[in-house]
Design a protein around this ligand. Structure first.
Ligand code: F6R
Length: 606
C-alpha cells in the first residue's frame, strides 16, 4: 500500500527514483511523484494515475539533482488526484515528505495546526506530518522529524528531506522500509526489488527506527535519538527476478516461474534417499495440540489447503480464519496452540495483528512467508520461508503454489515426527512431491495453454462464473474464483461442490460457466454427481480432469486436462489452469493484468 523510495549519492536522482517506483507500482498506482534536490532548492513533480503519466511529464522537463524522494500511491485519505499525490511539502516548499501508512490521529493534529495558522493543500493525513515537522524545525531536520513523530499515532514509513540539507531522514512504525547500502550512495525503498538494480547490501529498518542518510553513509537511531545497530544483509535475489524478462506481464512471468519456485521451496527439505522430510525450523513437533491458521486473500486459500493437509496427514485439529476476523473474535488460544501466519509479503497488517492476538494468548507462532526480512519473519517465533522469489504481479500465483507446497512439507514433517504417517506413506508422498516442478512444467505445456486460452475466449463475455471443488480441492475453487474476479472483474463465486444444492444451484442457467475441479480423488464420483446436477439445469460445465480420464469427458462442455498426481499434491497442480483461465480472460478483455483496479499487493492498512 503505497511505495516509497529515497536516494542520495553522486548519480542522477530522478532516474534512480523512477526506476525504484517502477518496481513498487504493485503497491499502488493511483498517483506517482518525486522531489529532487540540487543543493539550492527542491523541485517536486507529481501526477494522478499510473507512473507512466509522471514519466511522460518528466521527459519534457526533467528534475536535475542528486538526492530525492519518491512515492507511488494507493489512496486512503482523499481521492486520487494531483494535489493528493505525494510528495507533500510545507507551504514554503522547504520540507518535503513521502509517507506510506495511516496517521490515525491526523484530524485532531490538523485541527491544532489550522488553529495555529497552517494552510493545507491536500486532503491527506500525510500532509499533517510535513506541517508538524515545519513547526518543530529549528535548523536540525533529524530533531524536527523526531519531535513531530512524538505527536503522531498510527502506521508509517516516512521519508523526509529539506532544501537546506543534503540529508534524508526516514522513520518506520509498522509500514515496511528497507535501506540499500551502495558504494558512496544510499537508497531507501518499501521493498527489496526496488533496489536490486543498485545494491544487494540491505538493512531492514525496524519498528521504532529512524535513519539519517547523507553523503558519508548512514546512522540509525531509536525514536529518542540513541544509536541503534542493524545488520547489513546480503540479498540473494537477482535483479532479473524482478524484471518482466520478455513476458507481457509480471503475472504471466510468475505463472511460468512456478516450476523453479517450487524447486526452491522443496530444496534441501525432501530427502528421497531416506524417504523423509527435514525442515529448517526449530519447532518442537510435540509442543502443541491444535493449530490456528490466519491469513488474507490468496494466502488464506493456501491456508485452507493447509488445513486439509495438516488434519489429514498430521491429525492435528486446525482452525482457519481470515485475519481481519481472527484478531477481533477473541479466539481461544492457549500455550498449546501453534498459530500459523501465511503471507507472501510478511507485512499484511491484519495477519500481523492476528498473530499478535495469538501471541497475547500464549501461542507459539510460525510464519509461512515469502519476503525475507519482513515484519512477520522478525516477530514470529519460527519462519518457514517459501522461497518463491520476488512476486510483483498483484494477483498472487507462484507465492500461492509455493505456500501450499510449504504446507505439504509441514504436514508431512509433522506426520513423520508425530508418528501419524507410516514411514512408507511419508516416503511415497516425498516421492510424489519431488515430481511437483516437473508436473507444473507439464501443466504449462503449449497445448494446454492453447486449450485454456480457447476456453477463456469462449466465455469471456460471461457475467458470472461459478467454481466448484471438494475436499482438498475445495480451496482450489475459491482461489480460481478470486483470481478471475481480481483481474477480469467478472463476478465469480466458489462453493464446496456438495454444498451447491443448498442454495447456489438457483443461479444455474444456460449462461453460467461452471468450472469444476474433478481430478483423481476419493470424492471424484461424488463430484461428478454434483456436475450432473449442474448439467440438468443447463449450466455450462468446464471440467478440470486428470490426464487419461476419458470417462468423465461426457459430462462437460469443455475439458481442461492436468497432469495426473496424488490427491494430496493435486491442489498445487490444479491451481495452474485456474491462474491461466483468469489470465487469458483478462487478456481477452484487454484488462491491465498487473494493475487490477482498486487493488494493491501489500495491504498494510486494516
Ligand atoms: C490475491 C492476492 C491477495 C493477497 C492478500 C494477502 O491474488 O494477492 O489476496 O493474497 O492480500 O497478502 P500477503 O500474502 O502478502 O499477506
Amino acid at each position: 500500500m503505497c511505495g516509497i523510495v529515497g536516494y542520495i549519492g553522486p548519480n542522477n536522482a530522478q532516474d534512480i527514483l523512477i526506476s525504484g517506483l517502477s518496481k513498487l507500482e504493485y503497491r499502488g498506482y493511483d498517483s506517482a511523484g518525486i522531489a529532487v534536490g540540487d543543493g539550492a532548492c527542491i523541485a517536486t513533480r507529481k501526477k494522478a494515475g499510473k507512473l507512466a503519466n509522471l514519466t511522460a511529464d518528466l521527459e519534457h522537463s526533467p528534475l536535475p539533482g542528486t538526492f530525492g524522494i519518491g512515492h507511488t500511491r494507493w489512496a486512503t485519505h482523499g481521492p486520487p488526484n494531483d494535489t493528493n499525490s505525494h510528495p507533500h511539502a510545507t507551504e514554503n516548499g522547504d520540507i518535503v515528505l513521502v509517507h506510506n501508512g495511516i496517521i490515525e490521529n491526523y484530524l485532531e493534529l490538523k485541527e491544532g495546526l489550522l488553529e495555529r495558522g497552517h494552510q493545507f493543500r491536500s486532503d491527506t493525513d500525510s500532509e499533517v506530518v510535513a506541517h508538524l515537522i515545519e513547526e518543530a524545525y529549528a535548523g536540525n531536520l533529524e530533531e524536527a522529524v523526531r519531535a513531530a513523530l512524538a505527536k503522531v499515532r498510527g502506521a508509517y514509513a516516512l521519508v523526509v528531506t529539506h532544501k537546506d540539507h543534503r540529508e534524508i531522514v526516514a522513520a518506520r512504525t509498522v509500514s515496511p522500509l528497507v535501506m540499500g547500502v551502495g558504494e558512496g550512495e544510499m537508497f531507501l525503498a518499501s521493498d527489496v526489488p526496488a533496489l536490486l538494480n543498485y545494491t544487494r547490501q540491505m538493512v531492514f529498518i525496524q519498528d521504532g527506527d529512524m535513519v539519517i542518510l547523507n553523503d558519508d553513509g548512514y546512522r540509525i537511531t531509536d525514536m529518542q535519538g540513541h544509536p541503534v545497530q542493524r545488520e547489513v544483509e546480503t540479498i540473494d535475489w537477482d535483479a532479473e527476478a524482478a524484471e518482466k524478462g520478455g513476458y507481457d506481464a509480471y503475472m504471466q512471468k510468475e505463472i511460468f516461474e512456478q516450476p523453479q519456485a517450487l524447486s526452491n521451496t522443496l530444496l534441501g527439505r525432501l530427502h528421497d534417499d531416506q524417504g523423509s522430510v527435514e525442515l529448517d525450523i526449530e519447532l518442537d513437533p510435540n509442543s502443541f495440540d491444535r493449530i490456528h491458521i490466519v491469513a488474507c486473500g490468496t494466502a488464506y486459500y493456501a491456508g485452507m489447503v493447509g488445513k486439509y493437509l495438516l488434519e489429514q496427514l498430521a491429525r492435528v485439529p486446525v482452525e482457519l480464519d481470515v485475519a481481519s476476523e481472527y484478531r477481533y473474535r477473541e479466539p481461544v488460544v492457549t500455550d498449546r496452540t501453534l498459530a500459523i501466519a501465511v503471507s507472501q509479503s510478511g507485512e499484511t497488517i491484519d495477519t500481523l495483528e492476528g498473530m499478535r492476538e495469538a501471541m497475547r494468548g500464549g501461542a507459539q507462532t510460525l510464519g509461512i512467508i515469502n519476503a525475507k526480512g519482513s515484519s512477520m519473519t522478525r516477530e514470529l517465533d519460527h519462519t518457514l520461508y517459501v522461497h518463491a522469489g520476488p512476486e510483483i504481479g498483484v494477483a498472487s500465483t507462484k507465492a500461492y503454489t509455493s505456500m501450499v507446497s510449504a504446507f505439504l512439507l509441514l504436514a508431512l514433517w509433522l506426520g513423520q515426527q508425530r508418528g501419524t504417517l507410516s514411514k512408507e506413506e511419508v516416503a511415497r508422498l516425498v516421492h510424489e512431491a519431488r515430481a511437483l516442478p516437473r508436473l507444473i512444467s507439464e501443466a504449462l505445456s503449449d497445448d494446454r495453454l492453447g486449450r485454456v486460452r480457447a476456453v477463456a475466449q469462449k466465455y469471456h463475455q460471461a457475467r458470472d462464473y461459478l467454481f466448484l471443488g471438494r475436499g482438498v480441492n475445495n480451496p482450489t475453487a475459491y482461489e480460481g474464483a478470486l483470481k478471475l474476479k481480481e483481474i477480469s472483474y467478472i463476478h465469480a463465486e466458489a462453493y464446496a461442490a456438495g454444498e451447491m444444492k443448498h442454495g447456489p444451484i438457483a443461479l444455474i442457467d444456460e449462461h453460467l460457466p461452471v468450472v469444476v475441479v474433478a481430478t483423481e480423488s476419493r470424492l471424484l464420483e461424488k463430484t461428478i454427481s454434483n456436475v450432473q446436477e449442474v448439467r440438468a439445469r443447463g449450466g455450462r460445465v468446464i471440467l478440470i480432469l486428470s490426464d487419461g480420464d476419458t470417462e468423465n469427458v461426457q459430462h462437460a462442455e469443455d475439458v481442461l486436462y492436468v497432469p495426473r498426481c496424488d490427491e494430496m499434491i493435486s491442489p498445487i497442480v490444479n491451481a495452474v489452469p485456474m491462474q491461466l483461465l483468469a489470465y487469458y480472460t483478462a487478456e481477452t478483455l484487454g484488462k491491465d493484468v498487473d494493475k487490477p483496479r482498486n487493488l494493491a499487493k501489500s495491504v498494510t492498512v486494516e
